[in-house]
Design a protein around this ligand. Structure first.
Ligand SMILES: Cc1ncc(COP(=O)(O)O)c(C=O)c1O
Length: 391
């Protein structure tokens, strides 16, 4: 029998991470320790209290049934966290939907709201899962470039009228991946006015909301007047609470959007293991204390990497938040070629910028997922790269 994938499978190209890993393995076999700054998977462990709850709850016989959706305890913890952190009031019963990591929610959202041929406004560069979700829904992405002259925020005025008319959804991510741009009140106000004018659902991905390095925390999209009327925020415990492997996140905001997503998701999964929900609720209850520690560490890493690369002649995109450094290396070379050459010469693994969209060409993304000493070592090794001699 001949087994063939569906045509839709062409949406799911093999991710670059596998190829980077293979190149890193070859280098490692030569005896060089790899410094892997490719994946944004937090290296710090979750808080001890959180692990304690997970372990205690897992030992209970009663913890193993289907949960179907979010537990009352989890929903209330999310609502309390939003109130405390951002002054946003959320109804725990109707305005929250738990997801199995935010990627799951992000990929499914366009499916629940877009018809074939609808346009979804997204950015270039962007986190790659958005495009997968858009294409899976049969919708068409319209990419808004993120450029230095606009502080890496999309320019809504540059969207052609006919595109705006056909758009169903707008996806934003601030602080962003891979470009660590920060939100501004004026920008979100503009987004909301634009969304109301064209009847567009706003989806703000706040995965990095607790990663900021000055006193100014990136505010929630929902804290801007009118935001809930037109949109939702997707938030995750993966990064802010180092719970990436536990796969727990949530969508908050417009109750009609939440209700439609609930209906959709009730056909997809049977919920999340209750101990994970309990542990996540504990993390949210102690968010201030947990995220302050994490922020301090990431702030130091951010400064070390940014300063070190700049001193080596790299052009680093200035930023006050996020989990990544977005930088131009000082060579005239294709970013994919450069990334593999860098692994070969230095054992430092980064992600080529063009993976996130054509505007990322000439850039690389470095995740702040190693301790300061390893980052200093990475800077030293990267400074020695010579593409002319060795390529
Ligand atoms: C911008 C952004 N959103 C969402 C995610 C997905 O995270 P998770 O599915 O672990 O919540 C990631 C992961 O890297 C991300 O970078």
């Amino acid at each position: 029998m001949k087994i063939e994938p569906s045509q839709k499978m062409s949406i799911f190209e093999p991710a670059i991470f596998g190829k980077l890993k293979a190149a890193a393995k070859l280098k490692e076999e030569t005896g060089v320790e790899i410094i892997d700054l490719s994946l944004g998977s937090p290296d710090l462990p979750p808080d001890e209290k959180v692990r304690q709850v997970l372990s205690e709850q897992s030992a209970l016989e009663s913890s193993y049934g289907y949960t179907l959706g979010g537990t009352k305890r989890f929903h209330e913890a999310v609502a309390n966290y939003y109130q405390r952190r951002s002054g946003v009031t959320i109804d725990p019963d109707t305005e929250i939907l738990k997801t199995m990591g935010s990627q799951e929610g992000l990929v499914h959202l366009p499916f629940a709201f877009c018809n074939e041929g609808d346009i979804v406004l997204t950015t270039n560069p962007a986190y790659v899962a958005y495009e997968v979700g858009i294409k899976l829904a049969g919708a068409i992405p319209f990419e808004m470039p993120l450029r230095a002259e606009n502080n890496f925020l999309p320019d809504l005025d540059a969207i052609p009228e006919e595109i705006a008319q056909k758009s169903k959804m707008l996806i934003l991510n601030l602080p962003g991946n891979p470009v660590p741009a920060m939100p501004t009140t004026q920008f979100f106000e503009k987004v909301i006015a634009f969304a109301k004018r064209y009847n567009i659902i706003v989806l703000h991905d706040a995965a990095y909301s607790e990663f900021y390095f000055t006193g100014d925390k990136p505010f929630s999209y929902l804290s801007i007047p009118g935001a809930k009327e037109v949109g939702i925020e997707v938030n995750s415990l993966s990064k802010s609470f180092s719970l990436a492997g536990a796969r727990i996140a949530y969508i908050v905001g417009n109750p009609e959007i939440i209700s439609i997503m609930k209906q959709f998701k009730s056909n997809l999964d049977y919920g999340t293991f209750e101990p994970i929900q309990e542990a996540a609720a504990t993390a949210l209850d102690h968010a201030e204390e947990i995220t302050a520690r994490l922020r301090q560490e990431f702030k130091e890493r951010h400064h070390v990497l940014t300063d070190g690369l700049s001193e080596s002649g790299w052009s680093v995109t200035p930023s006050n938040g996020g989990m990544f450094v977005w930088a131009k290396y000082p060579f005239e070379m294709d970013d994919k070629e450069f990334t593999f050459e860098a692994i070969k010469q230095s054992g430092v693994v980064m992600v080529p910028g063009s993976v996130f969209g054509s505007e990322g060409a000439g850039y690389v993304r470095l995740a702040l997922v190693r301790e300061v000493e390893a980052l200093q070592e990475a800077i030293e090794r990267l400074a020695k790269i010579d593409v002319y001699v060795n390529s």
